[in-house]
Design a binder for this molecule. Structure first.
Ligand SMILES: NC(=O)c1ccc[n+]([C@@H]2O[C@H](COP(=O)([O-])OP(=O)(O)OC[C@H]3O[C@@H](n4cnc5c(N)ncnc54)[C@H](OP(=O)(O)O)[C@@H]3O)[C@@H](O)[C@H]2O)c1
Length: 325
């Protein structure tokens, strides 16, 4: 089978499409024929081995052997199951998240049945389902799981036209919040169409100097800081950034002790519950999946170059089978 792998940290060009034997599921494992995966900003950081503290997980000098195949989200069909698998059967169409196992950038993917995946709603194309996993479940984790966003609150989403951002705008709007999206002018109409009440064009205006206050500031692209955003929060407002690390962990512990503005941080790993929620939204056609472009596996280097530019709108899909291209 074809798979996209890398053996050293570095630029997109370290990626290679190679031939590997098709895996065989062991007891409790599921073999999935991958129809579509994506290239995410998170994988670009992993490929570069950044941030450096991340190498505790990724490998210090080289990527760990079991993490050399990228691919965080997928949609495909179960083709074989090991003994003791009760959760799905050959023929089932599923979509999900590989987490730190990675490996979806390949024609076949083997996962334990406990991994984060859900039945793909009938009629939803594989490309759309694959692109609906990480961004939406991460947005849900922060907005619902951490900030408990509720109707009437004012929510600011930085990076509103990215993968997490396009879902964050939709979910905050769905929870009844008044939403402000921060993006460049070229993406303002897209962000408004997803449910933003206001848009701040970051190429012309700095949201920290507008005088507006928010109950929740959610920076999906890690371009702001709590120190600079503090003045734009209401007295008990919370600041969240997807750029998790030692600093945000310490800030969240320290600000939790006080009664004022807080930093909330974390990383969504087990996505099974949120996958079921997202599957429901997709089935009801209640979630817009923004796809910037779809490329074949052979073009994975170009896809990484584009995603790394930081300018993608929504998601970049990699179609592995012809029906996902
Ligand atoms: N903590 C977690 O659990 C978790 C989970 C998944 C991902 N992540 C992290 O989340 C980050 C974002 O991922 P993503 O896939 O959503 O990003 P993305 O899709 O690559 O973000 C691209 C978007 O960012 C916007 N952007 C760039 N600079 C901006 C600025 N200064 N202000 C506002 N918007 C700006 C761009 O819009 P314009 O072109 O309009 O500027 C573009 O549409 C990654 O660093 C990833 O590692 C964290």
């Amino acid at each position: 089978m074809k798979a996209a792998e890398y053996t050293r940290f570095g630029p997109p060009e370290v990626l290679e499409v190679v031939d590997r034997p098709r895996p065989t599921p062991r007891s409790g494992e599921v073999l999935i024929r991958v129809h579509a995966t994506t290239v995410t900003a998170a994988e670009c950081h992993m490929r570069r081995g950044r941030p450096l503290w991340g190498r505790v997980i990724l490998g210090f000098l080289r990527p760990r052997r079991r993490m050399r195949r990228l691919g965080l989200e997928f949609a495909g069909q179960v083709v074989e199951v090991g003994s003791d698998v009760t959760r799905c059967a050959p023929g089932d169409e599923v979509f999900g998240f590989t987490g730190f196992r990675l490996g979806a950038a390949a024609e076949y993917l083997c996962l334990p049945q406990s991994a984060s995946f859900a039945p793909k709603p009938a009629g939803v194309p594989f490309a759309r389902a694959a692109a609906a996993v990480d961004g939406s479940t991460t947005a849900l984790y922060f907005l619902q799981g951490k900030a408990h966003v509720r109707a009437g609150q004012r929510v600011l989403v930085v990076g509103a036209s990215g993968s997490i951002g396009t879902y964050a705008v939709q979910l905050a709007h769905r929870f009844g919040a008044e939403v402000t999206g921060v993006c460049s002018g070229r993406n303002a109409d897209l962000v408004r169409s997803l449910g933003a009440d206001h848009v701040v064009d970051h190429t012309r205006e700095d949201f920290t100097t507008t005088g507006e206050r928010y109950d929740v500031i959610f920076d999906t692209v890690g371009r702001s800081s709590f120190a600079r955003s503090r003045g734009s929060l209401t007295e008990r407002g919370c600041y969240m950034s997807t750029a998790t690390g030692p600093v945000s962990t310490v800030l969240s512990l320290v600000t939790r002790l006080g009664r004022g503005r807080r930093v909330l941080s974390g990383m969504s790993v087990d996505k099974n519950a949120s996958m079921a929620f997202v599957a429901g939204l997709l089935a009801d056609d209640a979630l817009e999946v923004v796809i910037d472009r779809t490329v074949p596996l052979a073009d994975i280097v170009a896809a990484h170059q584009y995603v790394e530019s930081g300018r993608k709108r929504g998601n970049v899909v990699v179609g592995i089978t012809p029906d996902a291209l």
